[in-house]
Design a binder for this molecule. Structure first.
Ligand code: T5A
Length: 207
């Protein structure tokens, strides 16, 4: 595929969306063909699935149903948006992708990691990001930022232990895929973090 596929990952409030948006604006200013998208969401159907996933409900939400919905969203996204743009040479910036399912539904919720790896592979038909930035912050800091910004959704309402397993899960995934995943210290100011991201991208791709 001709374009570069960049994903941002991290716990709640790590600052992914801030950095993804900054990168998008930077590349637009440079005259590049680029799109910014997200999971869940990113397509018309995906936005409907997002609504189901993040809205509070008084029904029990089976963890496996959660996985199927994230993977269904991903399948729509990969087929209708990500792959067509990569084929046309666009840089695709995506706020969350397969690592989130492994970290949230696998490491944090406790579903079988191999099952999730298999479903990720099926939903993406093997598509992998060229590079992933894992923005890492302590759980307390991430939750503090989210609370300040907008209050909690269904998943953010999980207990502290869930969020600790989540952060450790992301760090484990990064450890296992060192070539693809770059861990970024998210405790610095927005511009310092962005400078590091740009210098990594310059080093690896011709940005
Ligand atoms: N999910 C998703 C799964 O469970 N499985 C999956 O497979 C997938 C794909 C998505 C939810 O779905 C879950 C994960 C999520 O719970 P979402 O609304 O998209 O929900 O939530 P997030 O992706 O977590 O996005 P957030 O907006 O909640 O967090 P971000 O993107 O990490 O943080 P951001 O950039 O919006 O910043 C948060 C606040 O901090 C400030 C910002 O100004 C903002 O107010 N901030 C900083 N403050 C100080 N220093 C910095 N360096 C800062 N950077 C940002």
């Amino acid at each position: 595929m001709k374009g570069v596929f960049i994903t941002f990952e991290g716990i709640e409030g790590a600052g992914k969306s801030t950095q993804a948006k900054k990168l998008y604006n930077y590349l637009i200013e440079k005259g590049k063909n680029v799109i910014l998208t997200r999971e869940p969401g990113g397509t018309k159907t995906g936005e409907k699935i997002r609504e189901i996933l993040l809205s509070p409900t008084d029904e029990f939400f089976p963890p496996i149903a959660e996985v199927f919905l994230y993977e269904a969203d991903r399948s729509f996204h990969v087929h209708n948006k990500i792959v067509p743009h990569l084929k046309r040479g666009y840089t695709v910036i995506c706020d969350r992708f397969t690592d989130s399912t492994l970290a949230y539904q696998g490491y944090a919720r406790g579903l079988d990691l191999e099952l999730i790896r298999g479903l990720n592979e099926t939903a993406t038909e093997g598509l992998k990001p060229d590079i992933t930035f894992l923005i890492d912050v302590p759980v307390e800091e991430g939750l503090r930022r989210i609370k300040e910004k907008r209050g909690f959704d269904r998943i953010e309402n999980e207990d502290l232990e869930f969020h600790i397993r989540l952060r450790n899960g992301f760090l484990k995934i990064a450890e296992e895929e060192k070539d693809r995943i770059v861990v970024i210290d998210g405790m610095r100011d927005v511009d310092s973090i962005f400078s590091e991201i740009i210098s990594v991208l310059r080093e690896r791709f011709s940005f």
